[in-house]
Design a protein around this ligand. Structure first.
Ligand code: NAG
Ligand code: NAG
Ligand code: NAG
Ligand code: NAG
Length: 302
């Protein structure tokens, strides 16, 4: 029995030795990449002894689906197994390979790139490590609108809506009153993803109107921290315009004024022209009269 087991154990130990792991390092913390930007997925290795870049085989793949992201062996890029979504978006740094750097450049990051990536490296020995990529996108500045802009009376219930779009991941919405108190009771927040995976966010706060109150909506992106905020102030029975509406109003007023001035200028020119015409006609009539009287005088003389 013993004599049978020993060779088996020995060969098992030798097998372990021949695939002795090489250390491969990737960041422990998730890497955060901005949507639309480029990111370098860091991976480094340290083989025992010296080596050439041409001895190195690197293979990046998606950890969960095992789909290929990038390959490099014997000094050549190997993209036969590359998943379609990565075509034309990946690069390694071949000059860095000899320094133990197998980092991957991923261009124009999209939401779908989020996930775990495994970096395999072989230089005689073999090793691998996985890192996690998170995608972030800042939201547009939120805009707060009020359900019905007219005939608001204190004591009435109104819905305030805060909208922001184009962000990722899902943001927390915090509503506050003018005194900075959290309003969390009557808030419903919903998100919808567009075809790129970016979210549009709509948060509705229902409040009982009180005169002279301010309501503000603050977005907090879990990856990017506090983003924009917007507020609406209700004064007396009326609502003060939010800044955007105010500027639009001022813009329209200025346009109207310019139009009026232009119109006035045109009118004045027209009036002046008709006056001049009248004067010219009068002069002509006078000249005609004079001519006629001259003729009459000549007639008389002759
Ligand atoms: C990748 O780039 C090549 C050459 O520029 C182009 O012909 C091909 O359509 C691109 N493929 C994708 C999927 O963008
Ligand atoms: C590997 O190379 C890339 C590109 O030059 C660089 O950004 C990265 O910092 C390098 N990583 C290490 C560990 O040297
Ligand atoms: C309001 O909510 C935020 C986030 O949920 C929290 O950090 C803060 O302490 C809260 N403030 C109050 C006054 O409850
Ligand atoms: C939430 O709404 C209910 C009625 O819809 C109202 O009675 C209550 O005061 C509201 N809570 C807050 C904190 O505004």
């Amino acid at each position: 029995m013993m004599s049978l087991l020993m060779p088996l154990m020995l060969s098992a130990m030798m097998a372990v030795q021949t695939v002795a792991m090489m250390e491969v390092h990737v960041p422990d913390q998730p890497m955060v990449a901005l949507h639309g930007r480029d990111v370098t997925l860091n991976c480094s290795f340290r083989p025992a002894g010296t080596f050439n870049a041409s001895d190195v085989t690197v293979f990046w793949q998606l950890t969960d689906t095992k789909r290929g992201v990038y390959g490099y062996s014997e000094g050549h890029v190997q993209l036969v197994d590359q998943a379609e979504s990565f075509v034309n978006r990946t690069n390694m740094f071949p000059s860095e390979l000899g320094l133990g750097n197998a980092s991957l450049l991923l261009k124009k990051v999209v939401v779908a790139d989020e996930g775990s990536y495994t970096c395999f490296v072989r230089v005689k020995e073999y090793g691998s490590a996985a890192l996690y990529l998170q995608v972030a996108a800042p939201y547009s500045k939120p805009v707060v609108t009020i359900q019905s802009e007219s005939n608001l009376r204190p004591g009435e219930e109104v819905a305030l809506t805060c909208v922001a779009y184009g962000g990722y991941p899902e943001a927390d919405v915090m509503w506050q009153d003018g005194a900075g108190r959290n309003l969390t009771d009557n808030v419903t927040t919903s998100v919808v993803a567009n075809e790129e995976g970016l979210f549009s966010l709509t948060s509705v706060l229902t409040v009982v109107l009180e005169p002279n109150s301010t309501y503000s909506c603050q977005l907090i992106n879990p990856l990017l921290g506090e983003e924009g905020n917007a507020s609406v102030t209700i004064t007396g029975q009326n609502i003060s315009f939010p800044p955007v509406a105010l500027w639009v109003t001022i813009g329209l007023a200025v346009c109207l004024l310019v139009l009026l001035v232009a119109l006035a200028a045109v009118c004045r020119r027209k009036i002046k022209e008709s006056c001049e015409e009248a004067r010219r006609e009068a002069e002509e009539a006078k000249e005609l009269e004079e001519d006629e009287s001259k003729t009459a005088m000549t007639l008389l003389k002759s």
